[in-house]
Write a protein that binds this ligand. Structure first.
Ligand code: HMG
Ligand code: MG
Length: 320
């Protein structure tokens, strides 16, 4: 594989929209995902099968992934916190598959709504409890059979570790804990683990230090960087991760997002900013992503949601 190919995981429709105050209409979510696929993104996190009591914004995910356009070669992972979420997804997958067989009107699609789930835990018990109502150890116990069953059903499984730099509840994080949890997720059967700077407090130095600890034990090819841009360090942290050998970056169009269980945290580093930061470098995305088109999507969704466009690149391109 080309060592300079960077994979971008667009998390805007999930990480971005999960934190919106109001309810985002299903049509808008579907249009966002469709447009992101047309712009050239190949991994688009489409939503979550979590408890609607905990995150009401993601309650319509089943409808979203049923209605969105499934482009060949594009993955549309969804977050799953427990067996109930997986079972809900599997039920949807079985009904959509049978529908596409006997439906005569709608254009039939043989592509299932998704082929991938993302499970999530954290590097601190305090965050894990706030986010999923269980300790890290309990969450790993809960997620092991979820991962196993998902893989048996042909789904690939991605893992997340939250709060890899600082925790909003317990402060500075022990990077050895990050390493150990990441290792467990891989051993459980995740093909990749995304390291989340949930609070966006990391900088090049702390992210570099964290990665030095993790990469000694976990293969760097299996890691992704998930940087929230709360302190404006998202691009710097992403480039630091690339220098360390990480080749997968999570980002969000227009810098949408935040985490409902991380007070004050803002969105992910903007996908526009990541793309711009690797322009004219040795790095490239596998498939060309149209930056202008992506910037337009960032503006469109920001205006629809009545929020500031958090992508500096998007803003700069418009000002020209
Ligand atoms: P709980 O309250 O302990 O669970 O929540 P429970 O089993 O007692 O269930 C409570 C109710 O929820 C029950 O309903 C269940 O049926 C229902 P009731 O009987 O009261 O009517 N329920 C569900 N419904 C639909 N789908 C499900 C589901 N599970 C239970 N899957 C639980 C535990 C894990 C479910 C909850 O804490 C939860 O859903 N948490 C998710 C929180 C979340 O989505 N956070 C944001 C995503 S993570 C993130 O943003 C970080 C990331 O971006 C990386 C980074 O930046 O760090 C990935
Ligand atoms: Mg996040």
């Amino acid at each position: 594989a080309d060592r300079n190919v960077v994979r971008i995981v667009e998390v805007g429709p999930r990480d971005g929209l999960q934190n919106e105050k109001g309810i985002v209409p299903t049509n808008m979510k579907v249009e966002l995902i469709n447009r992101l696929g047309i712009a050239g993104l190949t991994i688009i996190e489409a939503g979550s099968f979590v408890s609607p009591k905990w995150v009401p914004q993601m309650a319509g995910t089943a409808e979203v992934i049923t209605r969105m356009e499934k482009l060949p070669g594009v993955h549309y992972p969804v977050l799953v916190p427990n067996m109930k979420g997986l079972d809900n997804l599997l039920e949807l997958l079985s009904t959509t598959t049978s529908q596409s067989v006997d439906s005569s009107s709608a254009p039939t699609s043989t592509i299932p709504p998704t082929d991938e789930i993302a499970i999530f835990t954290a590097a601190t018990d305090a965050f894990c409890l706030a986010n999923t109502n269980c300790t890290i150890e309990e969450s790993l116990k809960r997620l092991a059979p979820v991962t196993q069953k998902a893989r048996e059903k042909g789904l690939r499984v991605r893992g997340y570790v939250s709060v890899v730099i600082t925790c909003p509840y317990s402060g500075k994080v022990d990077y050895h804990r990050v390493r150990d949890v990441a290792k467990e997720l891989l051993e459980m059967g995740c093909y990749e683990v995304s390291l989340g700077d949930t609070t966006g407090t990391g900088n090049s130095t702390t992210v570099g230090d964290m990665l030095d600890v993790v990469v000694g034990v976990v293969p760097v090819e299996k890691l992704a960087g998930h940087f929230h841009d709360t302190f404006g360090m998202g691009v710097a942290n992403a480039l630091t991760a690339l220098e360390t050998g990480v080749r997968t970056l999570d980002s969000s169009v227009g810098g949408l997002g935040g985490c409902p269980y991380s007070p004050g945290a803002t969105g992910n580093v903007a996908t526009e900013d990541i793309l711009y930061s690797i322009q004219n470098s040795k790095y490239r995305t596998e498939k060309k992503v149209d930056l202008e088109q992506l910037a337009d999507i960032g503006w469109w969704i920001s205006e629809k949601l009545n929020r500031q466009n958090a992508s500096l690149v998007g803003r700069a391109l418009r000002a020209r």
